[in-house]
Design a protein around this ligand. Structure first.
Ligand code: NAD
Length: 345
């Protein structure tokens, strides 16, 4: 493993922030009043071609669409960058092994508001069930007919929750408030969750019995395309699938086939497996080239939001503060409680 260069004394960390939008700039600038770091904001994503923009900076700050692969990391190393600070929880877009090999630290914001994501998940469920997105458009057009808008009582339904970490647990409590039965699956079942009366089951049972299935596990080599044609075929007819976690948990073609056959009755997405090319930008004047995404947009029973589940004022403030704290801790000590290490396979 390469020697970590943090031992060089750095007075005031210099950070290059990538994929910066106005809300990033506003929240970071406010929180930076307490830290006084030197910060450069770049609208562009970090990837191989833009990585040289980090020249002269100690840390790069990145988000979900930045591509911090081996090639980008090699350039960051050449430019003497010591730290990749993710301003999100998921880290599937960073080559953690390569970063460790190069002696570049990787830190993240493990929790900033599980409520934000869990509440958005509930919003997708309610909108899809009662077709609020379609009702809104109808009423705006003075079409007050109810045909096609019938929903179902969520009360008493079986909710399958895959991943019972911070967000999954908040979501479970919200659904319990509706009088639902929870069927949970997690690679590492949580004793506290069990004590609260939640039943852990195997995936096959969760698929077979759930009316609504919501994904709250990370994207890893194990969970890639977890929801594929086999999983979908094991589900109840007319199942509702909600993904506010990471796009590649779902095999897009398999879910399109499920929607076309009527097996999948509702699909709510806040994430999409090819979202890097689409989300966070205004593409309303361009022709979308991703045919699978355009197909998904055409279904009346699909509701897509563009990775906004985290987007509450509380969450954004917490993200900015933890990101600055992570950078300060790492640059000062060479360690950080929120550092990510390669996972053992
Ligand atoms: P967490 O780490 O608290 O919980 C994740 C849970 O998944 C853990 O209980 C873990 O044991 C479980 N898990 C790990 N591997 C698994 C597997 N193979 N199968 C089933 N379960 C597995 O994370 P969290 O804060 O609850 O976040 C969950 C996910 O939500 C994140 O990984 C991230 O991808 C996503 N997220 C999305 C947004 C958004 O804006 N849409 C915002 C934040 C987080």
């Amino acid at each position: 493993m390469a020697e970590r260069s943090h031992k060089i004394k750095i007075k005031k960390p210099k950070i290059a922030v990538f994929s910066s939008k106005s809300w990033v700039l506003n929240s970071f600038t406010k929180v930076n009043d307490d830290f006084n770091f030197e910060v450069a904001y770049h609208e562009s994503r970090l990837y191989e071609k833009t990585a040289p923009l980090a020249k002269g900076y100690d840390a790069v700050c990145v988000f979900v669409s930045d591509i911090v692969n081996a090639q980008a990391l090699d350039i960051l190393k050449k430019e003497n960058v010591k730290l990749v600070a993710l301003r999100c929880a998921g880290f599937n877009n960073v080559d953690i092994e390569k970063a460790q090999e190069l002696g570049i630290g990787v830190v993240r914001v493990p929790a900033y508001s599980p409520y934000a994501v869990a509440e958005h998940t509930l919003g997708l469920i309610l909108s899809l069930n009662r077709k609020l997105h379609r009702a809104y458009l109808r009423v705006r057009d003075s079409n007050f007919a109810l045909d096609g808008l019938m929903g179902f009582d969520i009360h008493n339904k079986n909710i399958g929750v895959i991943g019972t970490g911070k967000i999954g647990q908040v979501f479970i409590n919200l659904m319990k408030g509706f009088g639902c039965d929870i069927l949970a699956y997690d690679k590492y079942p949580n004793e506290e969750v069990k004590k609260q009366g939640v039943k852990y089951v195997e995936l096959q049972e969760l698929y077979a019995k759930s009316d609504i299935i919501s994904l709250h596990c990370p994207l890893t080599y194990e969970t890639y395309h977890l929801i594929n044609e086999y999983a979908i075929s094991a589900m109840k007819d007319n199942v509702m699938i909600i993904n506010t976690s990471r796009g590649a948990l779902i095999d897009t073609q398999a879910v399109i086939d499920g929607l076309k056959s009527g097996k999948v009755g509702y699909l709510g997405l806040d994430v999409y497996e090819e979202e890097e090319e689409l989300f966070f930008e205004n593409l309303s004047d361009t022709i979308i080239q991703d045919d699978q995404f355009v197909r998904l947009q055409m279904f009346p029973n699909v509701l897509i939001t563009a990775h906004q589940a985290f987007f509450t004022s509380e969450a954004i403030h917490n993200i900015a503060r933890t990101t600055f704290e992570n950078i300060e801790e790492y640059i000062k000590t060479g360690k950080c409680k929120n550092e990510i290490r390669p996972q053992k396979r």
